[in-house]
Design a binder for this molecule. Structure first.
Ligand code: MRU
Length: 358
């Protein structure tokens, strides 16, 4: 998708430098910086510090992290240790483990000089596949927006939480892909963008990318969605997910659950968009999902442009206060109207997921 009218993907391999290029998302929307990752350690750091974030992009980055590991040292012990360190860099998004395990499967037993080439091809394939899947999610989700528009005959108001946009994937996004496809088709859409405290991925990333694509959007504080739903100002919600259990329960950015409850109370369709790489077939109970707890300073400090256009961080909490920063929550399947996947839309149930993917 576009930034200042130029097409980008979120990550790519630079053949000349033999490095991985990323857009540093900690600097958006105020600065646009493309950064090189040269080693597996730098890749792990980029995931931990959220220079790259969003479940599918974390997976793609981890795949390239494995390429960096192979480039540095193709000793099997080093590659194995690198894979373990990558998997541990963030705990909740299952795509990370999925991508690293896929890379390890491809690389297992290969001792030849070709190992780097094989690793690079697999990482490129993982990213190309994600882009294709996200495009299909968009085409499938478009049918829901079209249906609402055909009934309503005026702007479709969609609420989204966090950033499940193209910046969270390789391209297109998950939750945003149906929106981009609707916009391209000429369906008028307006997006309510949850600010998404504490890191403000909604305001900093979703609103930013929608602006760059010329899509009408309004940032709202995280607690505003409920009253907008009661007023009839929300036609549907679409969110992404970091891990979808085979039961249909969905783990996503903290606050998603409360939006789903409000949508349920107001009979507003609540959809979750995901590529199949986000499905966790093994965990059966949502209480077993590892929920990332991040540094409480992400809550107590806020960052923005000061009066001299310089990025500044300021403390907004009382110095003596404690803060708890849980990064994800789980929305039970019963509150989800449907899962929009690359293969089609299905119910958030084990039977429907199995039928679609197994
Ligand atoms: O902490 P983040 O910014 O990595 O969290 C991202 C989200 O919660 C997204 O909604 C999710 O990864 C889906 S991305 C298509």
């Amino acid at each position: 998708m576009k930034i200042e009218n130029k097409e980008y993907k979120t990550i790519w391999f630079d053949e000349g430098n033999q490095s991985v290029k990323i857009i540093d998302q900690t600097k958006l929307p105020h600065q646009f910086i493309i950064k090189d990752l040269n080693t597996v350690k730098e890749t792990i750091n980029a995931i931990k510090t959220m220079e790259v974030r969003g479940a599918p992009l974390i997976g793609g980055t981890a795949a390239y992290g494995m390429v960096m590991a192979v480039k540095e040292n193709n000793d099997p012990n080093f590659i194995k240790k690198s894979s373990e360190d990558l998997i541990q860099s963030r705990p909740t998004a299952i795509n990370l483990k999925w991508a690293v395990e896929r890379m390890m499967k491809k690389l297992s037993g290969i001792k030849s000089e070709d190992i780097f080439k094989i690793a690079l091809k697999e990482a490129n394939d993982i990213c190309d596949e994600d882009e294709k899947f996200c495009k299909n999610i968009g085409l499938n989700g478009l049918t829901i927006i079209e249906d609402i528009y055909n009934k309503k005959k005026s702007t479709v108001n969609i609420l989204t939480h966090c950033n499940a946009g193209w910046l969270a994937t390789i391209n297109w996004g998950t939750a945003t892909s149906p929106i981009y496809h609707a916009h391209k088709k000429g369906i008028p859409v307006h997006i309510w963008v949850d600010e998404t405290r504490p890191r403000n991925q909604g305001a900093n990333l979703t609103s930013f990318e929608l602006n760059e694509e010329g899509i009408a959007n309004t940032i709202i504080a995280d607690n505003t969605g409920g009253i907008l739903m009661q007023r009839g100002d929300v036609d549907m919600c679409i969110v992404g997910t970091d891990r979808t259990l085979s039961t249909g329960d969905v783990c996503n950015k903290i606050g998603t659950y409360l939006k789903a409850l409000a949508a349920h109370d107001n009979k507003i369709p609540f959809y979750v968009a995901l590529p199949s790489s986000t499905i966790d077939w093994d965990t059966k109970n949502f209480k077993d999902i590892p929920i990332e707890e991040r540094n409480s300073k992400e809550l107590s400090y806020i960052e923005g442009l000061d009066e001299n256009n310089k990025i500044k961080k300021i403390l907004i909490y009382p110095k003596k206060s404690k803060a708890l920063n849980l990064a994800f929550d789980v929305t039970p399947a019963k509150y989800i109207s449907g899962l929009i996947t690359e293969k089609g839309i299905c119910e958030a149930t084990n039977e429907a997921l199995k039928k679609m993917f197994k």
